[in-house]
Design a protein. Structure first.
Length: 325
């Protein structure tokens, strides 16, 4: 603390102002830490998460189903007036909310927890900067400046990077499981099941192999039982996953329901088109393989080949050249 005070005093050239600045930094760090801890624990132990967990466990019609769905992050985008005090701190733009939903965090307090984690990480970075100033008092000002800048920059970028990583990982898992779910959905509909019953059966069948996609399908069924129209539930399903393939499936089912055509026939046609699309994507990747293999061959394989093939001849030629001249 004395070193920090002396460092600030060198810049301000005033002992009283330096003490005030140190007190202000300490107060700001304490308030930031308290707000971050409050946001984190209020989101982790919120009644919203408990009600959503109870909803998934019971799975049935209930008078509180609509209220539970309104408390989710997805439906709470335009219901800020119903949020409690802690919901006022759920600041963030639409992109952050979408990334949280794509990562699987559907609670209305997920944004508050995320902001709390960001504040805690930034507070930890400030503490690390103070420790660095304390541990290396003889370091140059340039080194300290770049060290503090790197730590604060990492604290600012790290939460967003982790959230993007979680969202991409979950979206890849759902994309891998979507072809299996689509084929099962076609089989169930052709067997005579309705769309809601088919979605529920598919969610049960793929729960062990593709848990994330099964949870999303189960949520579609629960929303439809709660009174939400099927086309709206499917649209929200596509928005939650963020996959273009599911958006295409939603468009096909919605158009079939609007025109009155058979769901089974629509799903079968879409399944065939999607299978052709996957085959074309695989052929495209195979076509790019030759170009991608060119650089490792040029820089890794061919130099070794030329050394083995031409090296002995070059050595022999060098010996003959030395003898001749």
């Amino acid at each position: 603390m004395d070193y920090l005070l002396s460092l600030i005093n060198e810049q301000l050239q005033n002992q009283t102002y330096s003490i005030y600045v140190v007190y202000l930094i300490a107060a700001g760090a304490g308030i930031t830490l308290a707000i971050g801890i409050g946001l984190l624990f209020s989101g982790l132990y919120s009644p919203t998460r408990q009600r959503l967990a109870h909803l998934k466990a019971t799975e049935g019609n209930s008078p509180q189903l609509q209220d539970d769905f309104d408390d989710s992050l997805e439906h709470g985008l335009n219901h800020k007036k119903h949020q409690k005090l802690i919901g006022r701190f759920a600041f963030g733009n639409e992109d952050t909310r979408k990334r949280l939903i794509h990562s699987g965090f559907h609670s209305n307090n997920a944004l508050a927890v995320y902001n709390g984690c960001r504040i805690l990480v930034f507070a930890a970075a400030i503490a690390g900067c103070m420790f660095m100033l304390r541990a290396f008092p003889n370091a140059s000002g340039t080194v300290l400046f770049y060290g503090i800048a790197v730590m604060l920059g990492l604290a600012f970028v790290l939460p967003s990077f982790v959230l993007d990583t979680l969202a991409d990982k979950r979206m890849r898992k759902m994309k891998v499981g979507f072809p299996d779910a689509l084929d099962l959905l076609v089989v169930c509909c052709e067997a005579g099941l309705g769309l809601l019953a088919a979605l529920n059966r598919v969610a049960q069948e793929i729960r062990l192999s593709h848990f994330e996609l099964a949870e999303e399908l189960q949520l579609v069924c629960q929303k439809n039982r709660a009174g939400l129209p099927m086309n709206v539930a499917l649209q929200e399903f596509a928005d939650r996953t963020g996959l273009e393939d599911i958006r295409g499936l939603n468009g096909s089912i919605t158009q079939s329901m609007r025109l009155g055509t058979g769901i089974a026939e629509t799903l079968r046609v879409y399944s065939e088109e999607y299978r052709e699309k996957r085959i074309q994507a695989a052929e495209e990747m195979a076509g790019k393989l030759g170009v991608k293999m060119m650089f490792p061959m040029i820089f890794c394989i061919w130099p070794s080949f030329f050394i083995v093939a031409i090296g002995p001849a070059m050595l022999k030629l060098a010996e003959v050249w030395d003898v001749a001249f």
